[in-house]
Design a protein. Structure first.
Length: 214
């Protein structure tokens, strides 16, 4: 299965008819936050493939579209924040937002708050393990785990609670954004326990081996 991961930046190649030429054969689109709804809607309209996304710390709950619409979601996509889904044989879940660095920040959480969000999500995933023999295949987040692809500044510290979650749930992949890449030497893929952690900023094609459905 080919997955197009997106995050943080409107890319000219993606937001153009060239999208079909380069990525017309993808099977699934996953948005990892800080992307305007019009951009996500364009991608899902052009590719006509399933779209799941989570919010980032710069995403507002209400967005104003060029055609006059006031929207609270990307039409044609599913907001996976704090939720689970099954797409084909893949088991998906999402945890949006970043570390809290502003008192009035939207989609910002303390380390303790994100631990509780992850724990609540695990309760829903437990049913997957009983039914399918595994809890989760892909977790999409905005921020990375603490100490993996994050940075020391107050806005880009990763979440500590993701690490025990990954050890417990054992997803095959965690896809995230938030950590912008400024140099070729920056690490974008890291193995942690059973999970491949991938920074998709600003877009990335990922080929995932098929999972036999149960």
């Amino acid at each position: 299965m080919k997955i197009l991961g997106l995050s943080d930046e409107v890319v000219e190649l993606i937001y153009s008819p060239a999208l079909i030429d380069h990525y017309g054969d993808v099977d699934l689109v996953l948005g990892c936050g800080d992307l305007p709804f019009y951009y996500l809607e364009y991608v899902v309209t052009m590719l006509n493939k399933p779209l799941y996304y989570v919010p980032g710390n710069h995403d507002h709950s209400i967005q104003y579209m060029s055609d006059g619409r006031v929207v609270d979601r990307a039409e044609g996509g599913i907001n996976l924040d704090g939720r689970t889904a099954r797409e084909g044989s893949l088991l998906l879940a999402g945890l949006g937002g970043s570390i809290k660095y502003k008192s009035d920040g939207v989609h910002q959480y303390t380390q303790v708050e994100m631990r509780w969000r992850a724990a609540f999500l695990w309760r829903a995933l437990f049913a997957n393990r009983l039914r399918y023999g595994r809890a989760l295949d892909i977790l999409i987040t905005h921020a990375p785990p603490r100490g993996i692809h994050d940075a020391p500044d107050p806005a880009h510290v990763g979440f500590e609670g993701f690490l025990p979650f990954l050890r417990l749930v054992k997803p095959r992949y965690l896809l995230h954004g938030h950590s912008h890449l400024w140099g070729r030497n920056q690490v974008t893929c890291t193995r942690y326990a059973a999970t491949e952690i991938i920074n998709v900023y600003p877009y990335r094609l990922i080929e995932v081996p098929d999972v036999r459905a149960r």
